[in-house]
Design a protein around this ligand. Structure first.
Ligand code: ADP
Ligand code: ZN
Ligand code: ZN
Length: 728
């Protein structure tokens, strides 16, 4: 452990170098010394803060790129990373500050890791400093070199290397033929010098996890590390559990934002020191430093949570593929409904593709039953009130039947609360949010009107705030109301609801899921929280209540998301072939002829993907073009639009030269949130390189524009570029 304290005693025109444990020296000629030991250091500064994120500091010793240091920055001392890229402007020798501490017990981050940061910064148009420092554990940034040395020492002591030669791994099941073929393909890939990316396309319940486990086993057997990414740690407890059970004798660490700062530091260090064999984590774990990396698994690769929605808007899935190529390690993308980008690459032969077409144990795929809501006589609607019909009679009958047979059902409605809006029957008043362009949702449980965008929550008024009419009524339905209606119609059933409201308390989700698994629930009502991932063994029936809403969204990815969600929901039914009952999924729709539902009915992902890709190709949408959006937030529409219009003007010559299309500004779907107006502008190119070159040239102009716009009323408060946006 070495602590360099290069406090410049400029008044005496000498530089005092204090090396702890070493001797103190006074150097006569500071200028010369500084020139010898100038290092570039990355600090956490956003690109448009007017600061260069790569700064120069004096160091007594040459330091390897990737070394963790602490440096004076403004009036504070902050964490920094020694970087190989030199800063844009070298400071005058007299202005040069010295590195305060070198955290030499943390090995320097590898060249490959630094390259990943550089790439992500360039691609997503952020600064390397912002990305690098924001993906390191907060404790690593906060602690000084002594404290870090202590953490490293403790970890090494707890986990001495090379002792557990005989891991007590659990016995493995015999592979199905399809799993065996997939495992062999992965084995071949892993052994190759250039393993590439493999798509594992397998319906839910087809045993993808076992393929991940075998691939990981091979890599661990070679003495390498495996990185397994999952969309959300809370929703994938079973996957984690299966890894920990299978590799009980191995060192497994988790890396996600739900850890305490101390835990996160420990996991990160264990990975970076090469002590951990397996890292399981969410999107941020794609940046884990892994000196012996041999495999990256991305489970549910299509999941939107792999895309960061703020700050550096990176896609962990895409970075995983990039990282795999750069480090020549195998990447395994698994999904029942791959993203169309991934599917297209597999079709084009850029990714290897292996398929698990059958469910393990011969469980049949649930029969899909489409209920044509347009053909239901209004009078026989399951539930009278409200404009939106409730449960269709055949669905209700099927539910009743399952309850009678002691089987579980899942009723899925992607809208929480009791009703999305309250209405006055006299004057037409609707419960809008004063701060957002959205309705406030009626929550009956605590009798509040809540805005799901800005969080404003108020007690429900006793009477219409406009005309005083006491008769204000809920319109439409959310999960709360559905639960209430089901309870009224099926009094014999035990009903539970799982959504963001019912699981707010810590441990509530686990407890509720536990009750479902234990068979204490007959009908589970829930949002997409329960449609994904869970290995429910007792559910025979799934019903999707009102999925049509996203069929005609302005977002071209809405059908892709809906299809994936419905396939996932269907996958919750009939997971246990041994139960011997037939499983089914009911879909209540006004558009049963829609190709999406038709493909769902045949559970034919390939057909759905082909038709979507054809539409995308003819419309020039991704993956056949590349997009970025510029979003602006301001107090007024005028200001937001003004910024975007000026940005478009500044872009015009660049765009023309690069062959990039810049579209007109449009408001976001929910345009105003918490009194902030939000607008966006789409940028499109058929060439990724052209789009990248254009963005690089455009960004400084946007910085200047943002800085230049005069008084507060005309300023945008925030703007950001989103490269490969997931929602538009
Ligand atoms: P997926 O991830 O594709 O949805 P899972 O990996 O969860 O599917 O597998 C579904 C179920 O099948 C799990 O309960 C798993 O334990 C079981 N399973 C997987 N492979 C086998 C096998 N080869 N033999 C027996 N059971 C298996
Ligand atoms: Zn009224
Ligand atoms: Zn609001």
């Amino acid at each position: 452990m070495e602590k360099v304290n290069l406090a410049a005693k400029s008044s005496t025109y000498g530089l005092k170098l204090k090396v702890s444990g070493g001797e103190n020296r006074t150097v006569a000629d500071p200028v010369e010394t500084i020139e010898r030991g100038v290092v570039a250091v990355l600090v956490d500064a956003p690109r448009h803060a007017g600061l260069s994120p790569v700064l120069s500091y004096a160091s007594e010793h040459p330091l390897a790129p990737g070394s963790l240091v602490r440096v004076p920055f403004g009036r504070r001392e902050v964490a920094g990373l020694v970087w190989s890229t030199a800063p844009a402007e070298a400071p005058r020798a007299a202005d040069l500050k010295s590195i305060a501490q070198v955290c030499s017990d943390v090995p320097p981050l590898a060249t490959d890791w630094c390259a990943l940061i550089e790439f992500a910064a360039g691609y997503y148009q952020r600064s390397a400093g912002e990305i690098a420092l924001s993906v390191l554990p907060p404790e690593l940034r906060r602690l000084g070199s002594d404290a870090l040395a202590d953490r490293v020492r403790r970890l090494r002591k707890a986990w001495p290397r090379g002792v557990d030669a005989a891991p007590a791994d659990e016995p493995r099941p015999a592979l199905t033929d399809a799993q065996a073929a997939a495992t062999e393909a992965m084995g071949g890939a892993i052994a190759r010098p250039d393993p590439g990316t493999t798509l594992l396309h397998g319906v839910t319940g087809s045993g993808k996890t076992e393929v991940y486990l075998r691939a990981a086993e091979q890599v661990l057997g070679d003495g390498r590390q495996a990185l397994v990414l999952v969309p959300e740690i809370n929703l994938t407890p079973q996957l984690i559990e299966r890894f920990t059970r299978r590799f009980a004798g191995r060192r497994i660490v988790a890396l996600h934002s739900g850890l305490t700062p101390a835990q996160r530091l420990r996991s990160w260090l264990a990975a970076q020191l090469g002590l951990a064999d397996l890292v399981l984590g969410t999107r941020l774990a794609v940046f884990a430093a892994l000196p012996r990396l041999g495999l990256i698994v991305v489970d549910e690769e299509h999941d939107a949570s792999y895309k960061q929605q703020e700050g550096a808007r990176y896609s962990a899935r895409d970075l995983a593929v990039w990282r795999g190529r750069r480090e020549r390690v195998a990447v395994l993308l698994g999904s029942a409904t791959p993203s169309l980008e991934t599917w297209q690459r597999a079709e084009a032969g850029r990714y290897r593709r292996v398929a698990l077409p059958e469910r393990v144990g011969g469980a049949a795929w649930p029969a899909i039953r489409l209920v044509d809501m347009g053909r239901l006589p209004r009078a026989t609607e399951g539930l009278g009130a409200g404009a939106v019909p409730g449960l269709a009679p055949p669905v209700l009958a099927a539910l009743r039947d399952r309850v009678a047979r002691g089987e579980q059902s899942l009723v899925f409605l992607n809208r929480r609360g009791y009703a999305p809006v309250l209405q006055c029957g006299e004057c037409g008043w609707l419960s809008g949010c004063p701060h957002c362009s959205a309705w406030r949702v009626f929550h009956k449980q605590d009798r509040t009107l809540r805005c799901h965008h800005c969080g404003l929550a108020e007690p429900v008024p006793r009477a219409c705030p406009e005309c005083g009419n006491p008769d204000i009524a809920p319109v439409g339905r959310g999960t709360e109301r559905l639960e209430e209606q089901l309870a009224a119609l099926l009094p014999e059933a035990r009903i539970a609801r799982i959504d963001a409201d019912s699981t707010r308390k810590k441990g509530a989700l686990e407890a509720q899921l536990g009750a479902v698994h234990a068979g204490e629930v007959d009908i589970l009502v829930g949002t997409q929280m329960v449609a994904k991932g869970h290995d429910f063994r007792r559910i025979g029936l799934v019903a999707a209540i009102n999925p049509d809403t996203s069929l005609f969204s302005s977002d071209f990815r809405a059908p892709e998301r809906l299809f994936a969600l419905l396939m996932q929901a269907a996958g919750r039914a009939g997971r246990d072939a041994a139960r011997g009952t037939t499983s089914e999924m009911w879909v209540q729709t006004w558009h049963p002829k829609h190709p999406l539902y038709q493909a769902l009915g045949r559970h034919d992902y390939a057909a759905f993907a082909a038709s979507q890709l054809q539409e995308r190709a003819s419309a020039g949408l991704p993956p056949f073009s590349h997009l970025a959006v510029l979003r602006a937030e301001a107090r007024s529409v005028v200001a937001a639009r003004g910024f975007l219009v000026a940005a478009a003007e500044a872009a015009a010559p660049l765009a023309a030269a690069a062959g990039v299309m810049v579209y007109a500004p449009v408001p976001l779907d929910v345009a105003r949130v918490a009194d902030i107006e939000r607008m966006q502008m789409l940028v499109e190119s058929t060439s990724r390189q052209s789009l990248q070159a254009f963005l690089r040239a455009w960004l400084p102009l946007l910085d200047a524009l943002h800085g230049a716009r005069g008084d507060d009323a005309h300023r945008v408060r925030r703007w950001a570029i989103d490269v490969d946006p997931l929602t538009i």
